[in-house]
Design a protein around this ligand. Structure first.
Ligand code: PHE
Length: 349
């Protein structure tokens, strides 16, 4: 009976084809069992089978369909499992692999020092003034010089060679103009003025190892009743010990600034000072200028010098960094060579 033979041979080839397929199981199913599939077409031959044989042929047909259906679904499951395994294998994370290195930057060494100074003074209850409105780098001659007790013909103006934009507008040569700007805004009914003002300053210097036409200052000022030189000394000692270490001392030498009277230069001990040390064994280095604010300055800002007294200081982060790290050329700070800058990490992280 040829239909039976055909069914059997279809079963054999179908098994082979299903086993051999790698992917397109659906196309195979349609090709075998679909409306125009091979089995369907074969079974159309049933109508020519003698009635007494139909049962046998029908059973064989069913058996073939059953076999093909089972094989197809097994194969489909196997292919899916294999795909999943491949995906899992390809997406595996090996937690023992070395990680990729991300370079983490850090603030510029001068900014690190300024941050440290700010933190210290914030802790002492000072306010930090560094915004463009209250601490502008483009200043007027009035705030940079005249209100700092430096009238137009004052010889001390020569100490600070100035970049003028117009005869009345300039790049500030010092952060001292922030003194007047904060004083005129301060409400003394709320207590004394205690501020620091870090920022950039400019001088018409020829750049060399110790001069830069642009550098940094941190201005400091305290104005209130009964502010004395002892307050100034205590404040400066605290910031110098913060920056250089607890075992360092400061000393004051007389100096001259038009906006302070008396004026002092402040030195910090380069070596650590111990109680048994002879004075001549202490090495001093000059770190900043300071003094008691001149009555003229207070008066020009509308403050009564009979009622209020004040001190001010101007500290140079560039100079501090050079001393601290033994940098012998100030221009290094402004070249922004990462090989140089990446050496400095005051927080140690
Ligand atoms: N402004 C001064 C300078 O640039 C420093 C200073 C500030 C001195 C405040 C005394 C008081 O040299």
């Amino acid at each position: 009976m040829s239909l039976i033979e055909d069914l059997k041979s279809l079963k054999e080839t179908a098994v082979k084809r299903i086993n051999a397929t790698e992917a397109d199981i659906e196309a195979l199913r349609v090709g075998l069992l679909g409306k125009k599939g091979e089995l369907t077409l074969l079974l159309k031959g049933m109508k020519d089978v003698a009635p007494e044989d139909r049962k046998t042929v029908g059973e064989i047909g069913n058996d073939v369909r059953q076999k093909i259906t089972t094989l197809l679904s097994e194969k489909k499951a196997a292919i899916e499992e294999q795909r999943l395994n491949e995906q899992l294998a390809s997406e595996t994370v090996d937690v023992t692999m070395p990680g990729s290195n991300h370079h983490v930057g850090q603030p510029h060494v001068l900014q690190q020092i300024i941050d440290e100074i700010e933190q210290h003074f914030l802790g002492l209850g000072f306010e930090v003034i560094d915004d463009i409105v209250d601490s502008p780098e483009v200043e007027t001659d009035e705030y940079n010089f005249e209100r700092e007790n430096l009238p137009k013909d004052h010889p001390a103006r020569d100490m600070q060679d100035t970049f003028y934009i117009t005869p009345e507008i300039l790049l500030r040569t010092q952060t001292s103009p922030v003194q007047s700007r904060s004083l005129e805004k301060h409400d003394f009914s709320k207590g004394p003025l205690k501020m620091i003002a870090p920022g950039k300053v400019y001088r018409r210097d020829t750049d060399d190892a110790t001069h830069s036409h642009q550098f940094h200052q941190v201005e400091g000022m305290v104005v209130g009743e009964n502010i004395t030189m002892a307050d100034l000394k205590g404040t400066l000692l605290s910031i110098m010990q913060e920056l250089f270490g607890e075992k360092h001392q400061i000393r004051m030498r007389p100096s001259y600034f038009p906006f302070t009277e008396p004026s002092v230069e402040v030195d910090v001990s380069w070596n650590e000072v111990t109680p048994d040390m002879k004075p001549e064994d202490i090495q001093w280095i000059e770190v900043l200028g300071a003094g008691m604010t001149h009555p003229n300055v207070l008066r020009m800002d509308g403050i009564d010098p009979e009622k209020y007294s004040a001190f001010a200081f101007g500290l140079g982060p560039d100079r501090f960094a050079m001393l601290k790290y033994g940098v012998d050329d100030i221009r290094q700070f402004y070249l922004n060579d990462v090989r140089f800058l990446s050496q400095f990490n005051r927080k140690g992280n």
